[in-house]
Design a protein around this ligand. Sequence first.
Ligand code: GLV
Ligand code: MN
Ligand code: MN
Ligand code: MN
Length: 417
Amino acid sequence: MKLLTEQASADNIARILEKLDTFNSDPSRGTTRVLFTPVEIAGRNYIKEEMAALGLTVREDAIGNIFAALPGTDPSLAPVWTGSHIDTVLQAGMYDGMAGVVAGLEAVRLIRAAGITPKRTIEVVVYTSEEPTRFGLNCLGSRALAGALTLEDAERLKDEEGRTLAEVLADLGYDLARFKDIPIARGAVHGAIELHIEQGAVLESLGLPIGLVKTISAPTNFEVSVRGKQSHAGSTPMHLRHDAFLACCEIALELERLAKASTSPDTVGTVGKVEVVPNASNVISGLVQFSIDIRDSDYETKSKLVAGLQTFFREVEARRKVELDIRQINDDKPTHSDPAILGLLEEACIKKDIPYHKMVSGAFHDSMMVGRFAPIAMIFVPSKDGISHNPDEFTEYGDIAKGTDILVETLLRMTME
Ligand code: GLV
Ligand code: MN
Ligand code: MN
Ligand code: MN
């Protein structure tokens, strides 16, 4: 096998990440690039240009997952994938997701520069909307690839303006008749590796440049609305209130208590989005809508917590005489990395004398869904102060380059299998 002739270039990684970061609808605070907004579409187009400049064949499926292929010598073999996402949460940083896409492009550039033609095709994938920002559900593209988001789901999922995912896709020219062709059969992808920033502080605290993900914690998400009784903050005595906001607070605190009491070290629970109606200082709120996000690396433990929370919902409802409307958005299972790919990643780290740490991912990733139909593994690179989903998110380009060297080495070995 021919050898690579170059190491990953931090400068090239910086060039693409910084250009991608110009597609931003709220430059006053970090980066905001929400699914199928003009800046996100422009970001997609820019990444497609970079893909084409590498001589890759670019195609898109009916939900907008982008695939850029470097053809292998044996088209009968299942391809190897690498990639991540380019959409963001509101006021995000410029690395979450994007680092993995750019690492994939850089990996292909290195393979091309060395004049290597792999046996298996390599595809750089940009998954549609890993973040739940617009439609409330995460991993839309990879979920559809896993067969877990159908056209009926796309017709039901609505954004804040009441537009469905299916409508938005159709307006952009995606062919909904092709939706049924999105799911990938088990065996059709040989393996997939996603590079991602850690989004936590474990690597930094250990002083290590590389994390290899063993397990991806999975979320269970709810949208809850509490209907109480809107009334006057001065004239309503405390014992006659049905305060929707306080019911929400109690649930948030119970979630914290249950998560802290969990036997799994990876259990976390968050109420991150709260809308109080009418949101006025002298009015007891009559309606509160809020989100619940529960994650765990252990599905059984998470299910127990969810059951405990559901009991508490009923208790709060009865005690405060409020009405709860609870909508479960998803209940995902943790994904374990493939031991064989993990083994190759470890060998690449050892060969390059790069120290690494095997770890759990608290954040979810598209690989969580890809793992439902293909062997996966993930490479983490350090996040400064563990900060993410925040404009202060920061990762050294040199660390992304190091991760890319591990990525490309491993992709090549997988493509020669
Ligand atoms: C992904 O962004 C997550 O919320 O874990
Ligand atoms: Mn994210
Ligand atoms: Mn992400
Ligand atoms: Mn992710």
